[in-house]
Design a binder for this molecule. Structure first.
Ligand code: NAD
Length: 341
């Protein structure tokens, strides 16, 4: 089998996780990773036998610290079929020109403005439409979570409108300069928040409004989601439909005792999940409340890993012509999704 040659630019929270996932995929080859700073991650890349590439003007900085890069960014772009840009939000747009110059396909992340890529991407919603695109943008962690829920339900029950309150983590665990430390902050200080617009980059027809707050935690986001359907829904049918995908975990608080993000993360640690990653969207089953045509539930989002499966699907969609069902199934199987407690 000819493997898809993938490069990664930006090896932080998202980049390093996507890199590991690519290495597990039977149809993909991670041919190199771009770093801009000679920190411990650069040493780890070399130690793990991966090829490290750097921007041309950083070559000497790396060499001076004893790290010998395999080459410069341009060398890698010449060889790769697709680059996953996981640089900080807004930085990907600055690379767009160089990616275009090398005629390479690109997967951008949710921190980029939607227009940076040809299409915004969410596996369970629009994988088929994205096949063969020149560039895709895997939407942010919160948007990926909302879209997984909405598109799974909308397959079975016609959605009329969605209203969601997003309680955002203040920072990722490694981010020691961000806050708030002791406040609940409006983010943004208006309704609707930008998350609704981001959902609409994938589902333009959807009536959705969102509001968002930042709270002092690093582990996960939590969403309180209220959905109105065209017709009456039954709680049992809702649960059945949510079980149709391995990208959603239904957690029973009564049988597991897990009623907080801290306990979800602890369970992931106990289960041996690397870095306590939970790429699945977690829905607390006991919160699922259905009455006539209304549904209300609470879900938790591990921001550092939820977009990893979508990045893998996006790579296949952009480079080959995968069967939608099979590519999602392959990603889920290899990443071991859906096996929690
Ligand atoms: P990060 O800061 O953890 O990682 C970014 C990496 O890019 C770092 O290693 C940094 O050194 C490197 N970098 C900085 N400038 C660079 C440059 N000019 N060229 C190449 N590399 C450069 O960021 P992240 O959290 O991984 O976010 C990456 C993207 O993923 C952003 O668009 C973000 O919005 C999106 N995203 C983040 C999360 C999250 O919770 N962390 C979730 C979903 C999506």
């Amino acid at each position: 089998m000819t493997k898809i040659k993938v490069a990664i630019n930006g090896f932080g929270t998202i980049g390093k996780r996507v890199a590991e996932a690519i290495q597990l995929m039977p149809d993909m080859e991670l041919i190199g990773v771009v770093k801009t700073r000679p920190d411990y991650l650069a040493r780890m890349i070399v130690r793990n036998g991966l090829k490290l590439y750097v921007p041309e003007d950083k070559l000497n900085t790396f060499k001076e610290t004893g790290i010998e890069p395999h080459g410069v960014l341009q060398d890698l772009l010449r060889e790769a079929e697709v680059v996953v840009d996981a640089t900080p939000g807004g930085v990907g747009a600055k690379y767009k020109e160089i990616y275009e110059k090398y005629g390479i396909k690109v997967i951008f992340q949710g921190g980029e403005k939607p227009f940076v890529a040809k299409k915004s991407f969410s596996s369970l919603c629009n994988l088929e439409e994205c096949i063969g695109s020149e560039s895709l943008r895997v939407v942010s962690c919160n948007t990926t979570a909302l879209l997984r829920l909405i598109c799974t339900l909308n397959k079975y029950f016609k959605i009329k409108k969605v209203r969601a309150t997003i309680i955002r983590r203040a920072a990722d665990p490694k981010e020691d300069k961000r806050g708030p430390v002791d406040s609940i902050k409006l983010n943004p200080a208006e309704i609707p928040s930008h998350h609704a617009e981001d959902v609409k980059t994938v589902l333009p027809w959807l009536d959705i409004l969102t509001t968002a707050f930042i709270v002092p935690t690093t582990l996960m986001h939590v969403h309180s989601v209220y959905i109105v359907f065209e017709n009456n829904v039954d709680r049992k049918d809702i649960i059945e439909s949510l079980r149709s995908t391995k990208r959603i975990l239904l957690l029973d608080t009564e049988s597991t005792g897990i009623d907080s993000t801290a306990k979800i993360i602890e369970a992931a640690r106990d289960l041996g999940r690397k870095r306590h990653d939970i790429p699945e969207l977690v829905i607390w089953k006991n919160t699922i409340y259905a009455h006539e045509n209304e549904l209300w539930l609470v879900q938790a989002v591990h921001q550092e890993s939820i977009v990893v499966p979508e990045n893998i699907d996006a790579i296949r969609a952009i480079v080959s012509s995968p069967n939608v069902h099979k590519t999602i199934e392959l990603t889920d199987e290899i990443l071991g999704l859906g096996k929690f407690i």
